[in-house]
Structure formats: structure tokens, C-alpha cells
Design a protein around this ligand. Structure first.
Ligand code: PEP
Ligand code: MG
Length: 320
């Protein structure tokens, strides 16, 4: 099998009935990107920028961020780079900034909510991302979205930042695409509305599983309940993909489930357009896709989506 995976890793992910999907990688830094490219990644589906903030002793400056994003864009040549804006809070803290004590950090001051309250920090990041967009294909990804208002607000802020750059005659991609992570129940429920305001969706199954099931993703005691194969989570994923397609847009996935090779056929059949996975799993995902048909995968996913229990679903998954 090792040889077979070696042979497919730089192939395109096209099914036997000619349906192509994109296989990208998740990265936290430039080293991850190099590993992703060496394993056949066709782009970056999620750049978790928190690491720039966490491995520092101050909020990274525009220049510091720009140089990292630019480096990534250059390594990717024309392949897309999806940069997620700061997703701090929850379980992620900073040594140089004191977060308030919270009863429920995962339901608290995190991600976009922090960015809206610390506009300088947010604008600095948006500027760095925009400047990098002059050098390749860069897309913006917003974490933890729950409403249309949030997207509208980001668009207003982005407009201000773009005007600043224009005034200084600094180049950027004026049509930079914006997408959102779908990782809250609210965003699944109003997905048909949200998609009107963005260019694409990226499903964050790590948080989506936690929030749909009300099961803390880090709590050992209930880790058995934390399962993305739960029908409530799978049907949420399906609803999100369908909402994107109805609007002629695309849906990707950057949560851990996209890298679960037992889920590849299921996700392909559900219509997922882009899989963003850890580098090591990319060859296997491509191999599965290349050796099946969309038709077969669709039938497989339809069968699974009808099942009522996680146990039955896992049985079908394990016997595929
Ligand atoms: C997710 O929630 O699925 C995700 C990709 O983001 P993170 O794991 O960084 O919260
Ligand atoms: Mg998340």
C-alpha cells in the first residue's frame, strides 16, 4: 500500500466518473506547509494563525504577520491559501494578554467576538492578509460565526482597511474572497442566509461536534459522546453542503473529520468540494477518491444519513 500511496500523492483527486474535489492541508506554520506540499496538498484549507500570536511575547505586528503570510503564498505558487483570522479564547490563551475569568470559555469571549472588541488587533491582521493577497491566491476565513450581522460587520471593517491601503497605494487583491467556518449550530440553522454574504463555507467539525452535541471537546469523562458520526452532526454537515450548492457556491471542511480516511467516501458522497486535512493523510484520501465513483459514494452517504444511531453508522463505516 505504501508504494500505491506514493504513486497517487501528486495526482488530482478525480473519481472514476470524473468528479474532482480539492485536497488541501491544515497548517499552523511554514513547516507544516512544506510537509503538506511534499504530501501532495493542492492548497491550504486552514491556516490557524493563532500560533503566530501564541508563540510570541506581543501581538504580532503587521510586518511580522505579512512576512509569514507572504512566505506561505510564495511557497504555494498559484495554489490557494485560506487564512483564518484570529481564533483565540476558548482553550487558547496568550502569555502577554490577560483574559477575563469565564464560567464557560468555549461559549465565551473568543475568536471574532474578541476581534470586534479589539479592533486594532483585527485590523492589523486584515491588513497583513490583504497585503499578502497581492502575491497569490489568498482567501479570508472567519471563525465562530453565528449570524449575518457578524459577516456584515467584518465586511465594513474590511472596507475601511482596504481604503487605508488604497490611500497608501499598497497593492492587494480587491476581490479577495471571504468564507466562514461553519462550526456553531446557529450557523448550520441559518446556513442558507449566511451563504448569501460569503464566497464559501468551511465546516469546522471539531467545534461543530462539540456544540451540536453539547459535549466539551476536551473533557475525557464524556469523550465517548464526542463523535462526529453522530447522526445529528452528519445531518448538520449535509445541510451545510446543500445550502452552499443551492447558492452555486462551494463547501469545504477543515475540521479533523476531513482527515479521517474512514469518512472520505461518506463526505465525497455528501458532495463536499474541498477536504483540508493533516499532511500525512492526504495520499490516502486521494487514493480513496481516485478508486471510487461519485455515484457509489452518494449511495453510500444516503444509506448512512438514514440511520438513527451512531452505533449503526459506525458499523457501516467500519465495514465499507
Ligand atoms: C474546528 O473547530 O473544526 C476547527 C477546524 O477549528 P479549531 O480546531 O482550530 O477550533
Ligand atoms: Mg474551531
Amino acid at each position: 500500500e505504501k508504494e500505491r500511496l506514493e504513486a497517487v500523492k501528486f495526482e488530482k483527486a478525480i473519481t472514476k466518473d470524473n468528479h474532482q474535489v480539492e485536497i488541501a492541508c491544515n497548517i499552523g506554520n511554514i513547516e507544516d506547509l512544506k510537509l503538506g506540499l511534499a504530501n501532495g496538498a493542492e492548497g491550504v484549507g486552514l491556516f490557524r494563525t493563532e500560533f503566530l500570536y501564541m508563540e510570541n511575547n506581543h501581538f504580532p505586528t503587521e510586518e511580522e504577520q505579512f512576512s509569514v503570510y507572504k512566505k506561505a503564498v510564495e511557497l504555494l505558487e498559484d495554489k490557494p491559501l485560506i487564512i483564518r483570522t484570529l481564533d483565540i479564547g476558548g482553550d487558547k490563551s496568550l502569555s502577554y494578554f490577560k483574559f477575563p475569568e469565564e464560567e464557560n470559555p468555549f461559549l465565551g469571549w473568543r475568536a471574532l467576538r474578541i476581534c470586534f472588541d479589539m479592533l486594532d488587533v483585527f485590523k492589523t491582521q486584515l491588513k497583513a492578509i490583504l497585503r499578502a493577497s497581492a502575491f497569490g491566491k489568498v482567501r479570508i476565513l472567519l471563525p465562530m460565526v453565528i449570524s449575518v450581522e457578524e459577516i456584515k460587520k467584518v465586511r465594513e471593517i474590511l472596507e475601511e482597511v482596504k481604503n487605508d491601503l488604497k490611500a497608501k497605494e499598497i497593492d492587494f487583491d480587491t476581490n479577495i474572497e471571504i468564507g466562514i467556518m461553519v462550526e456553531t449550530p446557529a450557523s448550520v440553522i441559518v446556513a442558507e442566509d449566511l451563504i448569501k454574504y460569503v464566497d464559501y463555507f468551511s465546516i469546522g467539525t471539531n467545534d461543530l461536534t462539540q456544540y451540536v452535541l453539547a459535549v466539551d471537546r476536551g473533557n475525557e469523562k464524556i469523550s465517548k459522546l464526542y463523535n462526529t458520526y453522530n447522526p445529528a452532526v452528519l445531518r448538520s454537515i449535509k445541510k451545510v453542503i446543500d445550502a452552499a450548492h443551492k447558492a452555486d457556491k462551494w463547501a469545504g471542511m477543515c475540521g479533523g473529520f476531513a482527515g479521517d480516511t474512514k469518512a472520505t467516501k461518506l463526505l465525497l458522497g455528501m458532495g463536499l468540494d474541498e477536504f483540508s486535512a493533516p499532511a500525512a493523510n492526504i495520499p490516502k484520501i486521494k487514493d480513496i477518491i481516485i478508486n471510487t465513483t461519485l455515484e457509489e459514494a452518494s449511495e453510500f452517504s444516503e444509506e448512512i444519513l438514514k440511520l438513527e444511531t451512531t452505533t449503526e453508522i459506525e458499523e457501516v463505516i467500519n465495514n465499507q
